[in-house]
Design a protein around this ligand. Structure first.
Ligand code: NAI
Ligand code: MG
Length: 796
């Protein structure tokens, strides 16, 4: 080609980054890696290896060890043995180690970037400018949290041994998101990278050695899904942190049910990218490129569903097609490409099959005119239009460079389409109208809302999903809660904390049940007292066995009605914190007026002394005051993240919460669990104490006279565990708290996996509800809310 021709076509050739640093590094390990356990390289007991390949060239890069159960045991033991010393060296020493890691990552950034690009297939431009800088940023940020642990977070302690399982799409970045907070909070860990991309994690192990990190604090074991499952099942692992597919996330949720292991899951997504007609379309086009062609679309928060206002849809599609035509696909080490290789043949096959399905289902496919190189696993940027919202490609995570476009007419329809997914990881909103953007952001059920930007990350902001995108957050202060536990938990009791009964022989009823009129309490659904569907009732007895009344026996149908009533109420969630506080104070006021009556009821059911019962009512009133006080004070944060942005971390309600109240402390247990859930704007279905439900049924009248909107609190009496299980399986319940025994909680955790409900309980321990430190506080509010991080242009 002549120079003149080049000026005509503006064609440019490849600009390869040298692979030498990475090749030399692999050679230093003889292209064969062992397991990193207790600070040393150890051959796998399985004696099995597998290959890590370069998906841009199909070349083998190195052999990786397959860890089996014996290796997992060794790694967990190393982490467990290392824990006491790691805790003892204190916050400042841990901060120094994290700082040293951050420094080393920066010093070796070129090696990390090249190795990551070769192993994963992602463009060197991205690993060099995005992945590796973010990794270093994450370790710096958490070096800071490590330093502050004993002052800012002194009410918390480490969890212990953490098992961490990560995917292949951001191998080193996901490692950093997992390891930095775990170490900062004083935990030790075993991490398993994904089978396709273990190399940068192994290089990281070398860094740990190099900085002299105490042996056993970080252990890296490689292998396939089975290795991960073995780690999940290990009895000495106190927490599992997982990022990967929703399918495996559900397997892990079920496998850990009832074990008391803490769990955080970052799962899949099908995130909406919403474009309104007044958006700056040229910025939108570049946004789309970042949303779906960044990392070949293998991004959990990829903006894979393009939702466009109808009036500009065709115009935008045309611009996007033009841009797609100019994108370049090729070897990941070529600095001038936009899209690299798909991680592995199996992933390429999944993409091809889903695209075919899209065509078969009648959507219109568009791909650029050029062909992909043939020497690796490449797939061209792809866009579907004429897509029906219910089609497979509009619902299923494709995890490839495939954009699915749909249009909408009204803002309401945009929100509906955006939320028409089982996922809820991220969203991106494009408009020049700030009012519109900030009206839409709170309506999208997703953990992240990017306004006029997309795929922006920072260590100071939390990241994580709603719904089936999982639970727990990574990054920022939010993420730290996943790696520490309140010290107060150590005070919990092994048995329910109950008041000492009076003389059991003496009647406890004070003659109160002798009314002569048979009265069975109804249930409380949608603001009305209703008869149970089945028509049955349950006899309630006092602590010494006397008949004191009857309550309705709720069933599946009653639960369904209660859930429906809870969903029908949108008033409570949209009220301000101040307005909710007013209602809570009113509840307390009405309870205070009827203090005697409620105390007598407690005496009747538990046979405690009147003085004790009065104390329980007083404490209940005080507790309501605490939450009324917090209702307008439990605020979000503003993170100063990246330039030209601020990130609002806004606590939002979970939606519809099921609360299985403790059996003990009939009134205070009900108040301590239901009120904080209400405080955060949730609508609640409560199952009161099974043995002593009458304080809750008496409470109907308080709710009726305190301006609580219908459907905000629904109360279904009956067999606690039976009802709890129906709630745990119900797809329209967003979260469930279970205060009861270990076996009951196990069922709840297991059954909740279907729609990935948030669950919370005491893991077979019991709180003393009369103790303020155990019975109330921000921990309750945290579990009754989830944080949405909203990225807003600022100072641009
Ligand atoms: P995966 O969920 O199977 O793999 C993620 C990690 O979990 C890997 O380290 C794997 O070895 C491990 N693992 C697999 N089975 C396990 C088990 N039973 N117990 C414990 N650990 C286990 O994801 P995969 O198969 O690589 O990709 C399949 C699909 O998952 C993708 O097409 C994509 O849709 C989705 N995915 C989503 C990711 C995200 O960040 N949201 C990341 C990776 C995959
Ligand atoms: Mg590889």
């Amino acid at each position: 080609m002549k120079i003149k021709d080049i000026f005509e076509t503006m064609e440019y050739g490849p600009a390869p980054e040298s692979a030498d640093v990475a090749i030399d590094y692999l050679k230093s390990h003889k292209n064969k890696f062992q397991l990193f356990i207790n600070g040393e390289w150890k051959a796998p007991s399985s004696k099995e290896n597998f290959d890590s390949i370069n998906p841009s060239t199909r070349e083998k890069l190195a052999e990786i060890s397959e860890a089996n159960e014996k290796d997992v045991n060794l790694a967990v033991k190393a982490a467990k043995d290392a824990l006491p010393e790691w805790v003892n060296i204190g916050a400042h020493q841990r901060a120094r180690y994290l700082y040293a890691i951050a420094r080393q990552i920066q010093k070796h950034s070129r090696l990390f970037a090249v190795l990551e690009s070769m192993d994963n297939g992602k463009p060197i431009r991205e690993t060099r400018d995005i992945d590796i800088p973010l990794v270093a940023r994450h370790f710096y940020h958490h070096a800071g949290w490590a330093q502050l642990r004993d002052t800012e977070l002194k009410e918390y302690k480490e969890i212990g041994v953490i098992g961490q399982i990560i995917p292949w799409n951001f191998p080193l970045l996901m490692l950093a998101w997992k390891i930095a907070p775990a170490l900062a909070m004083g935990n030790t860990l075993v991490l398993k990278p994904a089978e396709f991309t273990s190399l940068t994690a192994l290089l990281f192990a070398d860094i740990c050695k190099q900085i002299g990190l105490p042996n056993g604090v970080v252990n890296i074991i490689t292998g396939h899904g089975k290795t991960g499952a073995t780690l999940v099942d290990h009895k000495d692992v106190n927490k599992i942190a997982f990022t990967g597919s929703t399918e495996v996330g559900k397997i892990i949720r079920r496998a850990t049910a009832g074990t008391g292991k803490k769990l955080s899951l970052e799962l899949g997504g099908k995130s909406p990218f919403i474009v309104f007609e007044d958006a700056d379309l040229d910025s939108v086009v570049e946004g789309v490129v970042d949303a779906i062609w960044f990392n070949q679309g293998q991004v959990c928060c990829a903006g894979s569903r393009l939702l466009v206002e109808e009036s500009i849809a065709e115009k935008l599609y045309k611009k996007i097609r033009k841009r797609m035509e100019s994108l370049r696909v090729g070897n990941s080490l070529d600095k001038s490409i936009d899209i690299g290789a798909i991680v592995a043949p199996v992933q390429l096959k999944t993409i091809e099959e889903l695209v075919q399905q899209g065509v078969d289902e009648g959507s219109k496919l568009w791909q650029p005119s050029w062909a992909c190189p043939q020497d690796g696993y490449f797939y061209p940027p792809t866009m579907f239009t004429d897509v029906s919202p219910s089609s497979t490609i509009a619902q299923v995570e494709i995890f490839g460079p495939v954009l699915v476009a749909m249009s909408f007419r009204t803002h309401k329809e945009a929100v509906k389409l955006a939320n028409n997914t089982r996922y809820g990881l991220a969203s991106s909103i494009w408009t020049e109208n700030i009012n519109l953007a900030l009206d839409i952001a709170p309506q999208i059920k997703a953990g992240v809302a990017w306004i006029n930007c997309t795929n922006v990350f920072d260590a100071a902001a939390g990241f994580g999903g709603y719904r089936e995108s999982g639970f727990g957050r990574e990054g920022g202060k939010e993420g730290l809660y996943e790696y520490m536990k309140p010290r107060i938990h150590e005070k919990f009791s092994d048995k329910p904390v109950v008041k000492k009964p009076k003389d059991l022989k003496a009647p406890s009823t004070n003659g109160q049940h002798v009314t002569g009129i048979d009265r069975t309490t109804k249930m409380y659904i949608g603001g009305k007292q209703v008869r149970p569907d089945g028509g049955y009732s349950t006899v309630i007895k006092s602590a010494n066995g006397e008949y004191i009344g009857e309550v309705s026996t709720g069933n599946r149908k009653d639960i369904r009605n209660a859930v429906e009533a809870a969903h029908a109420n949108s008033t409570w969630g949209s009220m301000t914190g101040h307005a909710r506080a007013q209602v809570l104070y009113y509840i307390a006021e009405n309870l205070a007026i009827r203090k005697e009556e409620f105390a007598n009821r407690i005496v009747q059911m538990t046979n405690c002394s009147k003085t004790e019962a009065l104390k329980e009512v007083d404490e209940s009133i005080e507790r309501i005051y605490t939450y009324a006080a917090l209702a307008d004070k439990y605020d979000g944060l503003v993170h100063h993240t990246v330039k030209q942005n601020v990130t609002l971390a806004m606590p939002e309600s979970l939606g519809v919460m099921a609360i299985v109240c403790p059996n003990e402390s009939p009134l205070l247990g009900f108040i301590s669990t239901v009120i904080p859930a209400m405080t955060m704007g949730n609508n609640v279905i409560a199952i009161p104490s099974e043995s002593a439900p009458l304080s809750a049924t008496d409470f109907y009248q308080i709710l009726e006279t305190s301006d609580v909107p219908a459907g905000t609190v629904n109360i279904v009496t009956g067999k606690k565990d039976e009802l709890a299980q129906v709630l745990a399986k119900h797809d329209d319940v967003d979260a469930i708290w279970y205060f009861g025994d270990k076996a009951g909680l196990k069922d709840i955790e297991y059954l909740s996996a279907d729609n990935m409900k948030r669950t919370w309980g005491n893991n077979g321990k019991y709180r003393d509800w009369m103790d303020k430190e155990q019975g109330e506080g921000e921990e309750f509010l945290r579990h009754a809310s989830q944080i949405k991080n909203i990225w807003i242009p600022y100072g641009a």
